[in-house]
Design a protein around this ligand. Structure first.
Ligand SMILES: [Fe+2]
Ligand SMILES: [Fe+2]
Length: 237
């Protein structure tokens, strides 16, 4: 997800572009329009806020899946436990154990140390804990062969509704208040090293391409639920 931030000037983005241009000129002369490195993600840099925001994109897609489960429950359609488990496992693995852990380990302590947005951070921390408790219970329900009793269905409606109701404002507040403030409390050097810390953690947990892996996983669930095709959501006026 976050290709490495290169500190070696020889490998900086500017050098990459300059080298690419030189190569284009040389190869152009030779009649070969080849730009080495073009499309090589290793050369791009993703800033920490962009990285966190696109992880929120995956969270949002799971919230849409949860929304769809609620619609299915409201129209008495059965919820396949495996799909519920798959969706909740994306939250557990990618959001709670990775994305939120990054916020807790690398962001929140910096804001607390700087005495900035501390009330917000306190609420965000508490919501992470509540979210984990909800996911525990969703995963528990998903272990059953069927979610068929009225009690289980009512519990699932309560859990999914409270999860969605908490996380929409949670992530919106992080995107608009917390993440934009990161630059105010860290130096340029620390900002860059934050990106490296994020990348290191991602590679430790998922290898390269963790973000893409989870985008694929959520897309697979959307396909099985019939909500993958984006055009279906365009209103016909
Ligand atoms: Fe968070
Ligand atoms: Fe977040």
């Amino acid at each position: 997800m976050k290709p490495p931030i290169q500190h070696n000037p020889a490998h900086s983005r500017r050098s990459f572009i300059e080298n690419g241009l030189k190569t284009t000129i040389i190869t152009g002369i030779a009649g070969i329009a080849l730009l080495p490195g073009c499309g090589n993600k290793e050369e791009d840099e993703i800033s920490p806020p962009e990285d966190l925001m696109r992880e929120h994109g995956i969270l949002n897609r799971v919230l849409l899946v949860y929304d769809h489960f609620l619609k299915m429950l409201a129209s008495s359609q059965p919820i396949p436990p495996q799909l519920l488990t798959d969706a909740a496992n994306i939250i557990r693995t990618f959001i709670e154990s990775y994305h939120e852990k990054q916020e807790e380990d690398f962001l929140f302590p910096r804001f607390e140390k700087a005495h900035k947005l501390t009330n917000l951070v306190q609420v965000l921390r508490a919501q992470h804990q509540q979210g984990r408790l909800i996911t525990d219970q969703v995963l528990q329900l998903g272990k059953q062969a069927q979610i068929s009793t009225d009690g289980d269905k009512e519990q699932l409606v309560r859990l999914l509704t409270s999860f969605i109701d908490m996380y929409r404002p949670h992530e919106a507040r992080e995107d608009t208040i917390l993440f934009p403030a990161i630059r105010d409390i860290v130096s340029k050097h620390e900002f860059d090293s934050l990106g490296e810390d994020f990348e290191k953690r991602e590679h430790q947990l998922f290898g390269k391409g963790g973000f893409e892996l989870f985008v694929d996983k959520v897309a697979g669930i959307e396909r099985q639920l019939g909500i993958y095709d984006l055009a279906q959501f365009t209103p016909k006026l």
